[in-house]
Design a binder for this molecule. Structure first.
Ligand SMILES: [Zn+2]
Length: 266
């Protein structure tokens, strides 16, 4: 993959270069994209297309952080230029190059200062029809009327759009049943996107709530139990699960007050 990337740079980036560093994404996004194009041709058995989806998920996770930035930003000094060489430039851009759609903020609500409303090109299939339906969402809330009653609806078909989907209330249940009973009814990309999306959403915390509550905040138990505790509590805090945040903040304050001498917790 790296060889394919650097070979692409021989033309794109070396012979042809963007005018200034603010458009580094043209350079790196295209080279990254070419990794997948070239390797799918030279080594089709590696099925790098599947791996591509994984890279999209990584890009979305980084892009959802408050530290994310637009792909093209004004840069002047070397420090700012170095900052452009982060995952956002490499991965988010690759998606932009590939899908030829606008880039959508999956987590705009985590950035209160961002006052824009992205247009979302919704696509969906249903239990009754796997013909891809399209709907451009230009407002905060909208209604789609289906021609017939369906058991499930899967949005963002094959995860071709740069957004995640939450199926509110009991919307997840029929999709979870589908994955359990007849998972091949939807593509591997659709299955992966469902699993990825649910892990990005606070909803997932409910599924693990009992297990999270059962964790002690001490250093006891076997290595596996400790690892499980570490993963679960970190996961709960990352998803801003109130009880865990309060506990963690409490311990942190205690540790601060103790002048760094408190070592007993976690
Ligand atoms: Zn590069």
């Amino acid at each position: 993959m790296i060889i394919a990337h650097e070979l692409a740079h021989q033309w794109f980036g070396n012979l042809v270069t963007m005018e200034w560093w603010n458009d580094l994404w043209l350079n790196e996004g295209f080279a990254k994209f070419m990794e997948f194009v070239s390797v799918s041709v030279t080594h089709p058995e590696l099925r790098v297309g599947d791996y591509f989806l994984r890279r999209c998920f990584d890009a979305m996770a980084v892009d959802a952080l408050n530290s994310s930035h637009p792909i093209s930003t004004p840069v002047e000094d070397p420090a700012q230029i170095l900052e452009m060489f982060d995952n956002v430039s490499y991965e988010k851009i690759m998606i932009k190059t590939t899908y030829k759609v606008m880039v959508f903020a999956g987590a705009a609500n985590s950035r209160p200062q961002a006052r824009y409303l992205w247009h979302i090109p919704l696509t969906y299939i249903t239990s009754k029809s796997n013909t891809v339906q399209r709907f451009l969402m230009t407002t905060k809330a909208d209604v789609i009327i289906l021609p017939e009653e369906v058991e499930w609806v899967k949005f963002n078909v094959d995860m071709n759009g740069y957004y995640i989907v939450h199926y509110e209330e009991d919307g997840w249940d029929p999709l979870i049943d589908l994955l359990k009973e007849n998972h091949t009814a939807i593509s591997s990309n659709d299955r992966a996107s469902l699993i990825n999306n649910v892990f990005q959403l606070e909803y997932i915390v409910h599924l693990f709530e009992e297990l999270i509550e059962a964790q002690s905040w001490s250093d006891e138990g076997s290595v596996s139990e400790k690892l499980l505790r570490h993963s679960l509590l970190l996961f709960a805090c990352r998803h801003r699960h109130r009880p865990c945040l309060e506990k963690a903040e409490g311990y942190f304050t205690e540790w601060q007050k103790s002048n760094g001498t408190l070592r007993s917790v976690l």
